[in-house]
Design a protein around this ligand. Structure first.
Ligand SMILES: Nc1ncnc2c1ncn2[C@@H]1O[C@H](COP(=O)(O)OP(=O)(O)O)[C@@H](O)[C@H]1O
Ligand SMILES: [Mg+2]
Length: 316
């Protein structure tokens, strides 16, 4: 069995959580006062929402944390009633060494507003002996009656300096070397998502103790900026056939699907050496083609069509 790094290196206490200093300071104060409000953790994936909730529970309850902390997913496909049953079961048993338990509810913004109303009633029903921490990507998707009962914390994508330090630390603990270019590549493709950083590095380091830039683009299902530039430039010049072949080769070579290609272009678009109008037009097309692929359009055909449309842009 190999250790999964995202579990192995998950911080055990609030003080080890990277970045998010303002948030962890306030959470630490709650722990010190042993007074926890209902909370909402909002922000993009891989920025420490689950990690901070678990770290808070460990800091608060010590060795008893497992008895007093439950993590569950709000968007359980069997529905909100199943979620509420789970919460009830957990909340019903009195805790031995604590005044209240913590229920961490992931993906709360996946609930419909009716389901959120039901959740709100459950929160009220058990607020004597339970505190809720709701996690979501967008706080705006949570109904007001819940928001107004929670202290809201906004998690940001990790900053480059923090990501760099994290990579260096991981390198020491896992004993791999990584080139400067490769570190830059990790930062580029992970966009401040530390889960992604961790998974990319674990994969890139398998049978490899000197990670280079090539390894990163290989495992990250991503195109390099130069490659994107070249393909788009060719398309814009009207060399559709060549651009298409080049992209098809890269997709096969790295095992990329249409979604990977669109994300790669999206990430680089503002760095590209083309006019601002060109960037905007390509942005619009990316959105359109991402939608088509998500609706089930064949990835290869849609990517070709995207390039064809980009080839046409210049002529208009
Ligand atoms: N702020 C952070 N500090 C340290 N590690 C982090 C942080 N954010 C994410 N990670 C790493 O990424 C993994 C996923 O983080 P998690 O807290 O589950 O993200 P999410 O915000 O999606 O809940 C963790 O196991 C940990 O390895
Ligand atoms: Mg999470």
């Amino acid at each position: 069995m190999i250790d999964v790094w995202t579990e192995k290196h998950r911080p055990d206490t609030l003080s080890e959580v990277v970045g998010q200093d303002k948030i962890t300071e306030r959470l630490q104060a709650f722990v010190n006062e042993d007074s926890i409000p209902h909370m909402m953790f909002a922000g993009p994936a891989g920025t420490g929402k689950t990690t901070s909730a678990v770290a808070l529970a460990k800091d608060l309850y010590g060795d008893d944390w497992r008895q007093n902390f439950m993590e569950t997913n709000a968007s359980d496909e069997r529905g909100i009633d199943v979620v509420r049953e789970k919460i009830k079961d957990f909340a019903r048993t009195k805790s031995m060494n604590a005044d209240y338990k913590i229920i961490f509810l992931d993906e709360a913004d996946a609930l419909t507003s009716d389901a959120q109303q039901a959740l709100r009633r459950t929160m009220e029903q058990f607020s004597d002996n339970c505190r809720f921490i709701l996690s979501c990507n967008y706080s705006s998707k949570i109904i007001d009656p819940i928001q107004s009962r929670c202290a809201v914390f906004r998690f940001n994508r990790l900053e480059e300096g923090d990501v760099k330090d994290y990579i260096t630390r991981l390198g020491k603990e896992e004993d791999f070397k990584i080139s400067k270019d490769a570190i830059d590549a990790v930062m580029r493709v992970s966009e401040g998502d530390l889960r992604r950083v961790t998974n990319i590095l674990q994969t890139a380091s398998i049978n490899n103790d000197e990670i280079g830039e090539e390894d990163i683009y290989g495992v990250a299902a991503s195109l390099r900026p130069e490659e994107i530039n070249e393909i788009l430039e060719k398309s814009l010049k009207g060399d559709f056939i060549e651009a298409r072949e080049e992209l098809a080769d890269l997709m096969i070579d790295r095992g990329l699907d249409g979604q990977d290609v669109i994300s790669s272009i999206h990430r680089e678009i503002f760095e590209l050496d083309i006019s601002d109008e060109g960037k905007l037009e390509i942005m619009e097309k990316l959105g359109e083609f991402e939608f088509r692929i998500s609706e089930g359009g064949s990835s290869d055909i849609q990517i070709e069509a995207l390039l064809a449309q980009i080839s046409n842009l210049e002529e208009q």
